[in-house]
Design a protein around this ligand. Sequence first.
Ligand code: NAD
Length: 245
Amino acid sequence: MKIALITGASSGIGDATAKAFADAGYKVLAVGRNADRLDAVAAHAPDRIVPVKRDLTGPDVCKELIDYAVREYGQLDVLVNNAGIISRTTVEDTTDEDWRQTMTVNLDVPFYLSRAAVPHLRKTKGRIINVASDWGLRGGEKAAAYCASKGGLVLLTKAMAHDHAAEGITVNAVCPGDVVTPMLEKEAADQGLSHAEALETWKAEVPTGRLTEASEVAAMILYLASDVAAQVTGTAMVIDGGGSA
Ligand code: NAD
């Protein structure tokens, strides 16, 4: 059975991805900070989804997490770097703490986890899928630290794809536009909008006339992890209803 480790699995895209991988037959290590929410995700497939409570903030916890996965389950096939945070601020309004925290969660942690995972993924010809953003490919209003971190994540993806292609490891990014998850509620609040008001405004900007569902992003991640995607590496795959077209 293939082993997939998914960060930020207690909500939104991570929750949907953990369930999609479990339904596809993977053993899923669902990593997050909130034990109750992780248990709720694991209840979807208790024999397939293992809740793993961790606050991912430094190199040691990331290395320990990968070591734990391989020690307990014997191998690692897929790493999904999904955990992420956003603050809707301009550079002037971004505090040192917000900048550092955004870089830590969105860029440093994927680097730490990837570094620890590569020796194991080499053995399984495994996959890394980074959840970046359409704002890792273009700028967005009042999201300076977020855009910088996701742009960095896209190019970390491409650089790693070069380095590990000959070893059979693929490294890809998915770049969603607005996805209906708790993150959008925070974004609305940061901008002084009600959740409903924000959803209507953002929806109007999407050519398909609706926002992306977390399950649709999960399906893209599942494809990138699958055997038929072996020739796909170094890509930053957009899913945004045509928003960036
Ligand atoms: P979300 O807020 O529902 O989920 C984010 C997850 O990351 C949560 O489970 C949270 O606990 C986890 N997390 C944050 N900091 C962590 C830490 N220090 N340690 C461990 N876990 C931590 O949001 P989401 O929309 O599901 O976001 C998932 C990913 O998708 C993020 O990387 C986000 O940037 C990206 N994304 C989201 C959207 C969107 O519109 N929702 C668009 C583009 C990209």
